[in-house]
Ligand binder design. Structure first.
Ligand code: 13P
Ligand code: SF4
Length: 318
């Protein structure tokens, strides 16, 4: 009886959100790491590059951004005249918070000829002192286009490792940042999964540590992992995927004929789960949209400066 009531509350909530979206001319953008029910209510689900691109095309008055703070900031920078709402204002990215503007300026002083390439997982302030941004989907392409030989790469040392393996003729100067969820996944944990599923190919996100990347069959961003793992031409019944558990939902939707093995306690390793991404719930989306609260606000000066590296990234990645 309780379950029936919960289900009808859930359907009711989804219907209310749909009504509010129409009434307020709002769209919902969501990252693949969001809870399944949030991905279902979204008008668009994607990785951070897809979401940045989509944010430039939005015609609605309000963007409800279901992701972490830097993603909402990017949408705001690209749409300064629209209301961008973050259903959980405290949802931050621990890696983005590892780099400060001051530290980047210090590195610039040390390497005056280097371009600063910052992962979109940075604060708007850090973007103001960056030459170009990148995401995990286009980092290789962007760095190949950078005119300098030296590149200061902020803040992810996992992605910096991936790029240095792929791009020839450039010196990558990595920052010491990392994702506490991806980077703490170890080679030993991968071994546990490989022993359980010896025939399964392995796909990993480039935020994982070098030793994990080196043992993978494929390294890619969330959308690249989705494409690779669900490709019907890949001969595999089971696939090991090392990234946040939220992506499993889209994989199962896109190609349900496969088993996707993500790190979970049932598989003998801990969850790879971003608690900040999971902090957004349907109730918070409803309240945020109804009251038009939790708006992202940025000083004009920051928007103006941070827009340049993001726009250059979009231009270079088409
Ligand atoms: P993507 O660029 O693959 O969306 O990754 C963003 C992110 O925060 C991964 O932890
Ligand atoms: Fe940031 Fe890691 Fe969460 Fe991605 S998974 S948003 S890098 S803390």
């Amino acid at each position: 009886m309780e379950l029936v009531r919960e289900l009808s509350d859930y359907r009711q909530l989804k219907a209310e959100i749909e009504n509010l979206k129409k009434e307020k001319r709002a769209v919902i953008l969501a990252h693949y790491y969001q809870r399944p029910e949030i991905q279902d209510i979204a008008d668009f689900v994607g990785d951070s590059l897809d979401l940045a691109r989509r944010a430039t095309e939005v015609e609605a008055d309000i963007i409800v951004f279901c992701g972490v703070h830097f993603m909402g900031e990017t949408a705001k920078i690209l749409n300064p005249d629209k209301k961008v709402l973050l259903p959980e204002p405290k949802a931050g990215c621990a890696m983005a918070d590892m780099a400060t503007k001051k530290e980047v300026l210090k590195l610039k002083e040390k390497y005056p000829n280097a371009w600063v390439v910052s992962y979109v997982n940075t604060t708007a302030e850090v973007k103001t002192v960056s030459d170009v941004c990148c995401t995990s989907a286009n980092a290789v392409k962007i760095i190949e286009k950078v005119p300098s030989e030296e590149v200061i790469f902020v803040p992810d040392k996992g992605l910096a490792y991936h790029v240095s393996k792929k791009v020839k003729g450039k010196r990558i100067i990595p920052f010491e940042g990392f994702c506490p969820d991806h980077y703490l996944f170890t080679e030993g944990m991968l071994e546990t999964l490989k022993q359980r599923y010896p025939d399964a190919p392995v796909g990993v996100h480039p935020e994982t540590p070098p030793s994990v990347q080196d043992r993978a069959d494929f390294v890619g961003s969330t959308s690249q992992l989705l494409k690779w793992a669900t490709d019907p031409s890949l001969e595999a019944r089971e696939i090991i995927v090392i990234t946040e558990i939220g992506l499993k939902y889209q994989m199962e939707k896109k190609n349900p004929n496969r088993k996707y093995i993500f790190p979970t306690p049932e598989e003998g390793v801990g969850y790879l789960l971003c608690s900040q991404m999971k902090a957004i719930t349907l109730e918070k989306v409803y309240e945020t949209l109804k009251e038009e609260k939790n708006e992202i606000e940025l000083p004009q000066e920051i928007v103006k400066k941070a827009k340049k590296p993001i726009e250059l990234m979009l231009e270079w990645s088409t």
